[in-house]
Design a protein. Structure first.
Length: 128
């Protein structure tokens, strides 16, 4: 499943949000926790759109299948859209498994300062 919200200021810059929805290892805990969060995020964006909000950049939501056997769903989509992605993709944000507790983020070092800033702004709803 692919859904696109066009950007209002920089529509040619894409923020791609993805998660797989199949399960092979860890049962439903692995993909479903993050898939539910991804779908809720997309639903919330839809509500904002109804109120007139528009994102600066284009946001693409992707629900991949075939993740466990060699990332088949996402790999095939990227291969089919490689030229577009090389021209437009600004960032890919993947959620694999969501859980309560410590924030655990990994990715490109070029995003380190950004993620650290976001983490500083998050208020823990259940402080110790």
């Amino acid at each position: 499943m692919i859904a696109k919200i066009p950007g209002s200021v920089a529509p040619d810059e894409w923020i791609v949000r993805g998660n797989h929805h199949d399960a092979w290892v860890n049962g439903a805990e692995d993909p479903i926790s993050a898939q539910v969060s991804l779908l809720e995020e997309a639903r919330a964006m839809g509500e904002l759109l109804k109120q007139g909000w528009k994102p600066r950049r284009t946001i693409i939501y992707a629900a991949w299948d075939g993740e466990e056997p060699m990332l088949l769903g996402s790999t095939e989509w990227v291969e089919a859209h490689a030229d577009e992605l090389s021209r437009h993709a600004a960032v890919y944000i993947n959620t694999d498994g969501n859980d309560r507790g410590v924030l655990d983020v990994s990715g490109s070092h070029s995003l380190e300062q950004f993620i650290n800033g976001v983490a500083r702004d998050i208020e823990d709803p259940e402080p110790r």
